[in-house]
Ligand binder design. Structure first.
Ligand code: DOR
Ligand code: ZN
Length: 345
């Protein structure tokens, strides 16, 4: 049995860092394991322009404790008023690595997102020209579509038409949760990729709902029926370059999770790599962990792989802290509810 594994330092291709006291509290938990992260722009108000992304990047770097290194890879929040030339300038300067598409109303702070996809056509065309990836929260928001079906419907109704209408557009299907999404990404060409979270690789909706509702497992897209999870594990561990890690670690203060209307998001950053090693170990695919965490993402985004290495070691189950303290209040840490034996050493 493999007891220790050394891999290139991972990157997180989908992360929520927030701002202010919360940013200060959560950033070290990512920076201790990850070299870089694609930072989500869904602040209030959202990060829409190149100038706003530059300012946010400075706030992130200022929040980084002395002695830690971390490179935030910035994104812009796509609105119906986004200026294609501002996007192009921010990309060409190297500041911005992707644009994020939130369908309006799909998730936390998505009110400024896109309602009419025709309105963002000029931006998407400019992005296709310059090769700037579009990160997509792939869920339709119509009231009549069941929450468990929203991802699969989005692929047919929105994503596939956008890709056909915009040849060459590079797309990341973010935090995929279904067999349909895994199959669509696997069949795509080199302009398509998908990220997968730790919670969707480890859990299904029964873990969240049977025997009581567990708010700390509630995220969007929501955990699905158990038949989907093995397809996601297969995608992550199968060696295809289309799939890589995006934790979607999304901190909320514990009081906002343990509430009458619970906020969506799992704070996985402190345990993400331990959990992933556990999943890959179970799938007998530890030799493919590095591709998923550290190679496929850089290849898609066209950035160099990290030269530094980290080592994971198998041993007694790790202690997962219930909460971390931040200046914005305690934040409960994701716990998969079963032993995790791998630690980053
Ligand atoms: O669970 C989620 N939380 N999904 C998202 O898409 C957004 C995120 C957040 O910002 O809290
Ligand atoms: Zn997210």
């Amino acid at each position: 049995m493999t007891e220790s594994l050394t891999i290139r330092r991972p990157d997180d291709w989908h992360l929520h860092l927030r701002d202010g006291a919360m940013l200060e509290g959560v950033l070290p938990w990512t920076a201790r394991h990850f070299a870089r992260a694609i930072v989500m722009p869904n602040l209030v108000p959202p990060v829409v322009t190149g100038a706003e992304a530059a300012a946010y990047r400075e706030r992130i770097l200022a929040a980084l404790p002395d002695g830690m290194t971390f490179e935030p890879l910035m994104t812009l929040y796509l609105t119906e008023d986004t200026d294609p030339e501002d996007v192009a300038a921010a990309a060409e300067s190297g500041l911005v690595k992707a644009v994020k598409l939130y369908p309006a109303g799909a998730t936390t702070n998505s009110a400024s997102g896109v309602r009419d996809f025709d309105k963002v056509r000029p931006v998407l065309e400019r992005m296709a020209e310059i090769g700037l990836p579009l990160c997509v929260h792939g869920e339709v928001t119509r009231r009549e579509i069941d929450i468990f079906d929203r991802e699969a419907v989005f692929i047919d109704e929105v994503l596939d038409p956008i890709r056909r209408a915009t040849p060459g557009l590079r797309v990341v299907m973010e935090h995929i949760t279904t067999a349909e999404a895994a199959a669509y990404a696997a069949e795509g060409d080199e302009t398509l990729a998908a990220t997968i979270t730790v919670q969707h690789l480890m859990l299904d909706r029964n873990d969240m709902l049977v025997g009581g509702m567990r708010p700390h497992l509630y995220c969007l897209p929501i955990l699905k029926r158990g038949t989907h999870r093995p397809k996601l594990v297969e995608a992550a561990t199968g060696g295809s370059p289309r799939f890589f890690l995006g934790t979607d670690s999304a901190p909320h203060p514990t009081h906002a999770k343990e509430a009458e209307c619970c906020a969506a998001g799992c704070f996985t950053a402190p345990v993400a790599l331990s959990c992933l090693a556990e999943i890959f170990d179970e799938a007998d695919a530890l030799d493919r962990l590095e591709a998923f965490t550290s190679l496929n993402g850089p290849a898609f985004y066209g950035v160099p792989v990290n030269e530094e290495r980290i080592t994971l070691t198998r041993g007694a189950p790790i202690d997962i802290p219930a909460k971390i303290e931040t200046g914005a209040g305690p934040v409960s840490v994701f716990n998969p509810g079963r032993p995790v034996h791998w630690r980053v050493t």
